[in-house]
Design a protein around this ligand. Structure first.
Ligand SMILES: CSC[C@H]1O[C@H](OP(=O)(O)O)[C@H](O)[C@@H]1O
Ligand SMILES: Nc1ncnc2[nH]cnc12
Length: 294
């Protein structure tokens, strides 16, 4: 019997492919929202279909502010993903979250600027709730999988999404701690917002690479420190992904996130913009098909 899950994995810094995929093939998927970061590595682990997308492209070609997060989420939806597990390198804003530790984040603070952060707009206005931005079921399974892979993880934590590409000043880093942020990165938003708009349950596993810049008498983060830590983090991320997929039950109980748009779209059907609706054929496909009685 085949699994009901199709798991999208977004690989962050240091994770550009997945060797453990069986029948693996890189496949180009077109998006109505422009160019995604790369082709999707399609394969399976056991009987679970897995769709892997390297967030920055193979060879880490794309800077965080230049990512087309809309296209990335759109192609994962088009590739049939039921759920998305995102992996990210993050800086730690807490002494008790040292490099090598993983955090299944459950909240975000958005300090990004000028990124395309919604699929919707005039002619198809929708407001989804971001109060609980990640899927609790996936997050719990992801945190448990870190333990099975031999690592340590914290379930819950607030991710500060900064614009970058420069790292934070010491004052910013201290301020984010006062705001209650636990980890910091440059890519979690708008990715998580867009996954929710696309009705994709989403979890983000942050792999701590450094202590950012808030520790007064310590050297602030630089890329060499991140790269050094990324090697062991990526090895643990690969084991975590295998354990996560292996632990999925065969049946996938519906998630409330699967039907997010039922309560979100406010534009009356007569006022829909046909061009925007055509672009939304994957993201809002379920709702649009229902409206057409299909
Ligand atoms: C290489 S350090 C900064 C870089 O790493 C993180 O990327 P990702 O979230 O894709 O793992 C961070 O967000 C920055 O893009
Ligand atoms: N300190 C940091 N700030 C932002 N993004 C990061 N990714 C890894 N470490 C980071």
């Amino acid at each position: 019997m085949s699994s009901e899950w199709t798991i999208g994995i977004i690989g962050g810094s240091g994770l550009y492919a997945l060797d453990s995929l069986e029948d693996a093939q890189w496949i180009g998927v077109k998006s109505s929202f422009g160019e995604p970061s790369d082709e999707i590595l399609c394969g399976r682990i056991g009987d679970v279909r897995v769709r892997f997308l390297p967030r920055h492209g193979r060879g880490h070609r794309i800077a965080p502010g230049e990512l087309n997060a809309r296209a990335n989420i759109d192609v994962l939806k088009r590739a049939g993903c039921t759920d998305v597990l995102a992996i990210s390198a993050v800086g730690s804003l807490r002494e008790e979250l040292p490099p090598g530790h993983f955090v299944a984040v459950d909240q975000f603070i958005d300090r990004t600027k000028a990124r395309a952060d919604s699929f919707f707009g005039s002619g198809f206005v929708a407001h989804v709730s971001m109060a609980n931005p990640v899927c609790p079921r996936l997050s719990k399974m992801a945190a448990a999988a870190v333990g099975k892979g031999g690592g340590k993880a914290t379930l819950g934590g607030t991710y500060l999404a900064m614009e970058g590409p420069q790292f934070s000043t010491r004052a910013e880093s201290r301020l984010y701690r006062e705001w209650g942020a636990d980890v910091i990165g440059m890519t979690g938003f708008p990715e998580a917002r867009l996954a929710r708009e696309a009705e994709l349950p989403y979890a983000l596993l942050g792999m701590v690479t450094d202590y950012d810049a808030w520790r007064e008498n310590e050297k602030p983060v630089d890329v060499s420190e991140v790269i050094e830590q990324m090697g062991s983090n990526s090895a643990l991320a690969r084991k975590t992904i295998e354990a996560f997929v292996a632990a999925l039950p065969e049946k996938r109980a519906p998630s409330p996130i699967d039907t997010t748009l039922d309560d979100a779209v406010i534009t009356a059907p007569d006022n829909h913009d046909p061009q925007l609706v055509a672009r939304l054929d994957a993201v809002a496909g379920r709702l649009l098909r229902m409206a057409r009685g299909q």
